[in-house]
Design a protein around this ligand. Structure first.
Ligand code: ATP
Ligand code: MG
Length: 418
């Protein structure tokens, strides 16, 4: 096959027979978010490259290895978004939303682009649903955002989930922790991968997130942030846990979670599915109290999460779960002849105004071929429209499943379809 007939590696088409699953899942996501007061925001697919360098952080895998970056014809460096938080925060600042009543609660659905090694649950174009809650410092905000993620996942039918949480502190306590980490890794510097050797000076915490098995092994015995939290951060984490307990949301503290993006502070969390293999993290999120300021706005404590829609669908498909349903065609009208064709189009048009899926011939096919088509698309009812029917205004409405026919007036089709 030549390139012209082949999608780019790591990209997927959602075909017409599958798209209803996406529509179902996306509707549930937006509906659940709206119950918590989140409104949808839509931001561009590409941004100035600095938006991601600044926010995601230029010592992360995403920025170092995974971004689709190019110069546009005006010589600007542009990047296809690898995630949406950065662009959303850019928009919140540019449009002054942080000056309005806080918290601002926004949610989004959109495509993301990362140059990764494609495999099940890992694509180069994938889609995220996520939320950002801007201007909420209290532990109640962490608990509410986690509870929203939990509700979304359960509402779309996922149950075999575990929630893992951790605190990665604030810049004050993290400075102490960085010293301890550096001292630990310094002793094993020779064994670290080339990228991690560089990370050692600039951002030692990133080594904990390295995908190389050797670095991973070394990281296992590294000091953990949770033992270095300052009083404020420790209190915050305890309060988040207490609220989750009260809400009945089970969790496990996992001190090794650091998340792959630099902007996180304090609470970080992941929802992990027990129903898929290696790419089992379906949702990741946390607090990013420093990000707004880092991007040029006044300090505004905030937090959010993102979930990968392809991974969620993978889990639901693996479990053979019902994922919404495809609405069938209500009626197929098969005209014989030109005059009947015009009438069929008019009847379909009236039925569609009443909300029915009504189809007719647009290929100039004979009756037999039309009925085969009506069968194939699973039409609930069919009607043949010939000269007799046009003259009398009486038609035979056929129930395609039962094979039964009923004589009715052509004007009463809508009532019979209900
Ligand atoms: P991973 O550790 O699996 O690489 P990540 O930490 O890079 O994930 P985030 O940047 O936090 O992921 O993105 C949030 C969610 O988006 C992930 O939990 C996952 O469900 C989904 N996701 C991330 N990268 C991909 C990808 N390349 N293909 C499909 N889904 C992805
Ligand atoms: Mg990743």
């Amino acid at each position: 096959m030549s390139d012209i007939n082949r999608a780019v590696k790591g990209t997927n088409d959602v075909l017409p027979e599958e798209s209803y699953k996406w529509q179902y899942v996306e509707k549930k996501m937006l509906e659940t978010a709206s119950l918590f007061g989140f409104k949808e925001i839509r931001v561009p697919v590409f941004e100035h490259t600095e938006v991601f360098q600044r926010s995601v952080g230029d010592t992360t895998d995403v920025v170092q290895k995974e971004m689709y970056t190019f110069d546009d014809k005006g010589g600007r460096s542009i990047t296809l978004r690898p995630e949406l938080t950065a662009g959303v925060i850019r928009s919140v600042i540019e449009n002054g939303l942080y000056n309005q009543s806080l918290p601002q609660k926004v949610c989004y659905i959109g495509g993301c682009y990362r140059y990764e090694k494609p495999q099940a649950g890992r694509l180069r174009e994938f889609h995220q649903f996520g939320v950002e809650c801007i201007g909420a410092a209290a532990p109640a905000a962490d608990a509410e955002v986690i509870s929203l993620a939990h509700s979304v996942l359960t509402n779309i039918g996922l149950d075999n989930l575990s929630l893992e949480i951790n605190s990665i502190g604030c810049p004050t306590c993290r400075a102490e922790y960085h010293k301890a980490l550096k001292a630990y890794f310094e002793g094993k510097k020779d064994q670290l991968c080339e990228t991690c050797k560089e990370r050692l000076d600039r951002n030692p915490m990133r080594i904990l997130d390295c995908k190389s098995p050797v670095c991973g092994d070394i990281a296992k015995d590294a000091p953990v942030m949770i033992n270095y939290l300052c009083n404020d951060c420790a209190e915050h984490f305890e309060a988040v846990k207490a609220q989750l307990d009260v809400m009945g949301i089970g969790y496990k503290v996992n001190p090794t979670i650091v998340r792959g993006l630099d902007y996180y502070t304090r609470t970080v969390f992941e929802f992990i599915s027990g129903d898929i293999g290696a790419q089992s993290t379906v949702c990741g999120g946390g607090r990013y109290d420093g990000l707004m300021q880092q991007m040029g706005a006044p300090a505004t404590p905030s937090l959010g999460f993102a979930m990968g829609i392809e991974r969620l669908l993978l889990v639901l498909n693996n479990l053979n779960k019902e994922i919404g349903d495809q609405k069938p065609c209500d009626i197929y009208i098969a005209p014989m002849g030109e005059k009947a064709g015009i009438k069929a189009a008019a009847v379909c048009s009236a039925l569609r105004k009443e909300g029915f899926i009504a189809l007719t011939d647009i290929c100039g096919r004979g009756l037999k071929a039309q009925m085969r088509y009506a069968n194939k698309i699973g039409a609930r009812f069919s009607v043949v429209l010939g000269d007799d029917e046009l003259a009398s205004g009486i038609i035979r409405l056929k129930d395609m499943k039962l094979g039964e026919e009923k004589e009715i007036s052509i004007d009463s089709i809508a009532q019979c379809l209900k």
